[in-house]
Design a protein around this ligand. Structure first.
Ligand SMILES: NC(=O)c1ccc[n+]([C@@H]2O[C@H](COP(=O)([O-])OP(=O)(O)OC[C@H]3O[C@@H](n4cnc5c(N)ncnc54)[C@H](O)[C@@H]3O)[C@@H](O)[C@H]2O)c1
Ligand SMILES: N[C@H](CO)Cc1c[nH]c[nH+]1
Ligand SMILES: [Zn+2]
Length: 431
């Protein structure tokens, strides 16, 4: 981790940059992948599976037999853990359901909203370097609560053409049966345009690497919606003297191990605390099975001492981290000062892994500074809010004249007429 001491504000911007593949090269590659999937369908998916996932696929669809077999091979202990996480995620996301009131804005004019589940949704479940079955809970559970009619899932196959059993078990648990062996940008393209096998959807959800995230950005131009840019994982930890440096180190490494392009940031108002945390990182990283990946991520990462906690929070708001941990006994004191973050973890016992797996919040979150303008996935992501209105004669009489005046001022006489005809009819009936 590169260390900085009280950087001046002019240098803050540079310190918020995330590691990234050359954007021109990435854009060209992903555009060609999307074009190929559009023109060649399944054949392109099979060619990319060979090129990127090193597997020859005969079938893209996961069969019922594969799902049944996988269900028997997941250890009971893991099934129970998934079930516990399921319960908490279900509880938290169900609590996001709201009943919208019918509002009478003036006498005779009623307005209200209704949430309707998006009919066709596609979930991307990352599987390049780790089989993220936990992401199925995060995306699949809200589709059930929102009552989305058609839910499909794409995930990359392993080299032997199989899908990790825990992915299939979890998909089955949330009721997803249409599962396809496709990863990367090509999977996103397939769900956006449809192929002989994979149905086209209206909205695509899910995190992924830079190829996946670029594909999600590009397919929006084709009229398909996405949840938000949820790319390589990141965490920013603000640690003061009351933190536990070993906990802080473990939290930093928990995101560093996701991928070489992950970034972790440590801020402190105490140089001594920062040093203790860094020493703990150096020791703990040596013990990790994914040490090489974590070490690469640490090369992209920074540790910064600021004058005080106010500056730490200010920098964090500018960085807009996917995850923000406030490792302090006084964490709650800073809550109102946080303006940009995907998900926040308060105090020494709120490890980021809790949100990744089992506390109940969603782990599909905006990265790369997009926490400035996007929220993470929630129940809302899976519904559209349709507005309804009902005016009676009294209602159109109450607002009709204002509409006529406004329509005329905009030069839109057909709009005005739609009101005038009704008002005339009401007046004629009365006479
Ligand atoms: N922001 C979030 O909410 C969130 C949540 C979970 C995971 N993540 C992130 O998701 C990512 C998962 O990445 P992953 O790579 O393990 O899995 P992935 O499933 O996102 O990507 C794997 C696919 O990438 C494609 N690919 C690999 N190398 C390629 C290349 N050189 N050119 C074109 N395509 C290529 C392949 O098709 C492969 O199937 C990690 O960065 C992780 O941090 C983010
Ligand atoms: N930390 C990831 C989001 O950036 C989510 C995840 C899944 N499994 C483990 N972690
Ligand atoms: Zn994680």
């Amino acid at each position: 981790m590169k260390t900085y001491n009280n950087p001046t504000k002019e240098n803050w911007n540079a310190l918020t940059k995330r590691p990234a593949i050359d954007q021109k090269e990435l854009g060209d590659l992903v555009t060609s992948i999307i074009e190929n999937v559009k023109s060649k369908g399944n054949l392109a998916l099979k060619e990319y599976a060979l090129q990127f996932d090193k597997v020859t696929l005969n079938e893209l669809t996961v069969s019922k037999e594969e799902i049944e077999k996988a269900k028997t091979s997941v250890p009971q202990e893991l099934k129970d853990a998934i079930q516990l996480a399921y319960g908490n995620i279900y509880t938290f996301h169900t609590s996001q359901q709201t009943t919208e009131a019918v509002i009478e804005t003036v006498k005779g004019v009623k307005c209200w909203r209704k949430s309707v589940g998006i009919e066709k949704v596609g979930l991307y479940i990352p599987g390049g370097s780790a089989p993220l079955f936990s992401t199925i809970l995060m995306l699949g559970i809200p589709t059930k609560i929102a009552a989305c009619k058609e839910v499909i899932l794409c995930t990359p196959p392993s080299k032997d053409g199989t899908i990790n059993p825990a992915i299939l078990f979890t998909a089955d648990l949330v009721g997803i049966t249409k599962i396809y062996k496709a990863g990367g940008a090509q999977a996103i393209a397939a769900m956006a345009v449809g192929t002989e096998t994979i149905p086209q959807v209206y909205k695509i959800f899910g995190p992924g690497n830079q190829y996946v995230t670029k594909a999600k950005e590009l397919i929006q131009q084709m009229g398909v919606a996405i949840d938000m840019p949820a790319g390589p994982s990141e965490v920013l930890v603000i640690a003061d003297r009351t933190c536990n440096p070993e906990f802080v180190a473990a939290d930093l490494l928990s995101q560093a191990e996701h991928g070489p392009d992950s970034q972790v940031v440590l801020l402190s108002d105490s140089e001594e605390t920062l040093t203790k945390c860094k020493i703990a990182v150096e020791r703990q990283v040596q013990l990790l099975p994914r040490k090489d990946t974590a070490l690469k991520a640490l090369e992209n990462s920074t540790a910064i001492v600021f004058k005080n906690m106010v500056e730490c929070i200010e920098f964090s708001n500018q960085y807009a981290p996917e995850h923000l941990i406030i490792a302090s006994e006084n964490a709650n004191q800073y809550v109102n000062d946080i303006t940009n973050a995907g998900s926040v973890f308060l105090g020494n016992y709120s490890c980021e892994s809790a949100g990744d797996y089992a506390s109940g919040t969603n782990h599909t979150l905006p990265t790369n500074g997009f926490a400035k303008n996007y929220s993470g996935v929630s129940l809302d992501s899976f519904v559209k809010k349709i507005t309804f209105q009902e005016l009676n004669q009294q209602g159109i009489e109450n607002i009709g004249e204002a509409i006529e005046i406004m329509a005329e001022a905009e030069g839109l006489f057909a709009h005005k007429n739609a009101v005038t005809l009704r008002l005339n009819e009401i007046r004629n009936d009365r006479n």
